[in-house]
Design a protein around this ligand. Structure first.
Ligand SMILES: Nc1ncnc2c1ncn2[C@@H]1O[C@H](COP(=O)(O)OP(=O)(O)O)[C@@H](O)[C@H]1O
Ligand SMILES: [Mg+2]
Length: 296
């Protein structure tokens, strides 16, 4: 990292996913080089850095590459080209329940997750009660996780990730956990982390109001590239513009789909045609037989 104040730095990062026709081909590809696949360039030569204590929102339409970037920063996924530097402990609210073991109790899962992020048992012990209290799951904390509702699992996941005092907090569309009261508690907690501990925040949310509430800086992505990086207000207006463009293309698509639907009944396959002729023949023959019986 060139600037020592940077805690995250992406240096010409490209992520290419390999798309195989099916799971069999994906499996074979681990042994045979000649197995064919298509390539999806999810991230295309992206560079940016984030300073300690900065709060940055990532915007972009579905499939723009937001989650791919966050996963690479978290270390869940790796760049195909380029480098990523991350300094400090990362708390990630991606898939909140990832890494949980259903047979372990909530409390045991706190230790499991803590150890996975490299904490010592003593460090986990210090935040254990804080997590139990924040998650609001009462005596269920000592029951196996498979007995939890999905909301309880999500609350526990959230509580762990904010209570382990991460240097960097990554939130991917995860602020809609639980009821409104719990959501407010999460928002207040994140604000406190930023203010009191100088936590760096990287936020993906569809709510531009939430983004404005937390961040001064916004990065807009389009098809895996950085379209804009700067002031949050400008980023929001560029994101809104790109959403409007999407609506227009969607409308065109719906129109042409409905046109297709109208055309469809007239276009008949050979098979359908033969069945129709057979049915008509049976009907005519049947009618003939009935009529001849009536004459008798
Ligand atoms: N595991 C994967 N395998 C193949 N393609 C993927 C995978 N994950 C994401 N993609 C593709 O990469 C692009 C970016 O996805 P993603 O980062 O999830 O976008 P966003 O979070 O902005 O909606 C999309 O076109 C998506 O289909
Ligand atoms: Mg996503």
């Amino acid at each position: 990292m060139t600037d020592k104040n940077n805690v995250i730095a992406l240096d010409h990062v490209t992520k290419i996913y390999k798309l195989f026709k099916n799971d069999k081909k994906r499996f074979l590809a681990t042994f045979i080089k000649s197995v064919t696949y298509r390539e999806k360039r999810a991230i295309n030569d992206v560079s940016f850095s984030v300073k300690k204590g900065e709060s940055v929102a990532l915007f972009g339409r579905n499939g723009a590459g937001k989650s791919t970037i966050l996963k690479m920063i978290t270390g869940v996924s790796f760049p195909t080209h380029g480098k990523i530097h991350v300094k400090g402990r990362v708390g990630a609210l991606l898939e909140l329940t990832a890494g949980f073991d259903p047979e372990f109790s909530g409390r045991e899962n706190i230790y499991l997750k803590g150890q996975l992020t490299g904490m010592t048992n003593k460090e986990i012990e210090e935040v254990e009660e804080d997590i139990v209290e924040f998650a609001e799951i009462g005596e269920y904390i000592d029951q196996p996780l498979r007995t939890y509702s999905s909301g309880m699992k999500a609350r526990l996941g959230f509580a762990i990730n904010v209570c382990i005092r991460p240097d960097i907090l990554i939130v991917d569309e995860a602020l809609s956990v639980g009821d409104l009261k719990f959501q407010k508690k999460c928002v207040d907690r994140i604000k406190k982390m930023i203010k009191d501990y100088g936590t760096t925040l990287l936020l993906v949310t569809h709510s531009t109001a939430t983004a404005k509430q937390f961040c001064d800086r916004g990065i807009v992505l389009r098809s895996g590239r950085v379209l804009y990086d700067g002031n949050i207000k400008k980023a929001v207006s560029m994101y809104n513009e790109s959403l409007k463009r999407k609506e227009t293309t969607d409308l065109t698509r719906v129109t042409s789909e409905s046109e297709n639907r109208i055309k469809h009944p007239v276009e008949m396959s050979h098979k359908q045609m033969i069945i129709l002729i057979l049915l008509l023949t049976v009907l005519v023959v049947g009618l003939g037989i009935v009529l001849s019986f009536m004459r008798m």
